[in-house]
Write a protein that binds this ligand. Structure first.
Ligand SMILES: NC(=O)c1ccc[n+]([C@@H]2O[C@H](COP(=O)([O-])OP(=O)(O)OC[C@H]3O[C@@H](n4cnc5c(N)ncnc54)[C@H](OP(=O)(O)O)[C@@H]3O)[C@@H](O)[C@H]2O)c1
Length: 346
């Protein structure tokens, strides 16, 4: 038994963002996305309390993006940032364009004029003078990194941004961008269910000393076991009703894959969510990387539970048992995979 206590607050360990010179951040961060969009209704008071719980646990990397709630997520964070600016390492993102006059419209924009305007809009909504970590949310391969990362580097020179990050890029793309300006973090999906990044990205991350920020480390909630009942209602504003892994036969097949996760959780006196988080943290050490996963939750109890996962060590036998899962997952990560890095892997 690892003896994980889920009720008391675990003060988590720290690492330096992007290697030696970056700010000290907790080894687990916080994904704020679900507060404003994608996972159904939110109790805002509970979400605010969850942010307080994050700081109490030492979860200091707070992750948002301009697209989450079309700016609403950044605005939601503003009062919290006003009260705690020095305790937080604030990350936001640009690149996915939405239009008020056409809700279905989505375009990936990496052109310098768009980047500058997006950064200024994010600064205003967040109510801060500087974004600590500014990510390119998606890559437009038509725009060379010299132009896009070049524009991001100008924001650093002007003091509007401290560190640069990328999301959903391949290993070769990360190396190319890093040659234009140092990249502190790569944020891509990495979990027991999603291991595309092990094709090329993790090797580049390890080589360059970049921090890897795994997003959706709980498989958007699937790995917690909450969707084992495929009949679970995902209507309303929950975008998982359109996700290939959450629907129909795929959901049933994927739920069956959680059996070893549950068994290992029981052996540690832990939850499946904690085992999923411990796995990504430990898998990273195999590749010689620093990871800061950013699970998203709107509940204090789950924040505390997730932070406590940083204390769990899985045995070699347990890691071996979990190894085949990703290869057996039914369904893609997104209904439309065009904007992910996988399509550009050679
Ligand atoms: N760069 C990108 O393209 C990208 C894409 C997706 C996400 N992200 C970032 O990554 C963050 C995390 O990803 P995510 O929110 O998609 O997925 P996730 O962290 O894998 O899962 C979040 C879901 O799990 C639930 N949950 C969290 N902890 C739990 C626990 N201990 N027990 C049971 N359920 C639990 C949450 O529900 P409750 O909220 O109800 O607790 C929510 O439904 C986002 O917030 C966002 O900042 C980035």
């Amino acid at each position: 038994m690892t003896g994980v206590n889920q009720t008391s607050v675990t003060r988590i360990d720290t690492v330096r963002l992007g290697g030696q010179d970056g700010p000290e951040i907790g080894v687990q961060g916080f994904g704020a996305m679900g507060i404003s969009e994608f996972y159904g209704e939110t109790d805002e008071a509970a979400a605010r309390d969850t942010l307080d719980a994050a700081l109490e646990a030492g979860v200091t990397l707070i992750d948002t993006a301009d697209i989450y709630g079309s700016g609403a997520n950044e605005e939601f964070l503003a009062p919290f940032l006003a009260a705690h600016r020095d305790e937080v390492t604030l990350a936001t993102k640009f690149a996915i364009e939405r239009r008020a006059d056409d809700p279905a419209h989505r375009a990936v924009r990496n052109d310098p004029a768009y980047i500058r305007k997006a950064a200024e809009d994010s600064l205003r909504r967040l109510g801060v003078e500087t974004i600590d970590l500014y990510y390119m949310h998606r890559r437009d391969p038509e725009i060379p990194f010299a132009e896009s990362v070049g524009a991001m580097a100008e924001l650093v020179e002007e003091g509007k941004v401290r560190y640069l990050g990328l999301s959903e890029v391949t290993g070769p793309e990360l190396r190319e961008a890093h040659a234009v300006h140092p990249i502190a973090a790569l944020q891509s999906e990495w979990s027991l269910f999603s291991r595309d990044v092990e094709r090329s990205a993790v090797a580049a991350v390890a080589e360059l000393g970049v921090t890897f920020v795994p997003y959706s480390p709980l498989g958007r909630g699937f790995l917690t076991g909450a969707f084992a009942d495929a009949a679970k209602d995902l209507s309303g504003g929950d975008f998982r009703q359109y996700q290939p892994r959450f629907t129909g036969e795929n959901a049933e097949r994927n739920a069956a894959l959680l059996e070893p996760v549950r068994r290992i959780a029981a052996a540690h006196g832990a939850t499946p969510a904690q085992i999923a988080l411990a796995w990504v943290q430990q898998r990273a050490t195999v590749h010689g990387l620093t990871v800061v996963p950013i699970p998203g939750t709107r509940k204090r109890s789950r924040l505390t539970e997730n932070a406590a996962a940083t204390r769990i060590t899985l045995t070699g036998a347990e890691l071996a048992e979990l190894e085949p899962i990703a290869g057996l997952v039914a369904g893609d990560r997104y209904p439309d995979m065009r904007f992910t890095s996988v399509t550009r892997e050679v």
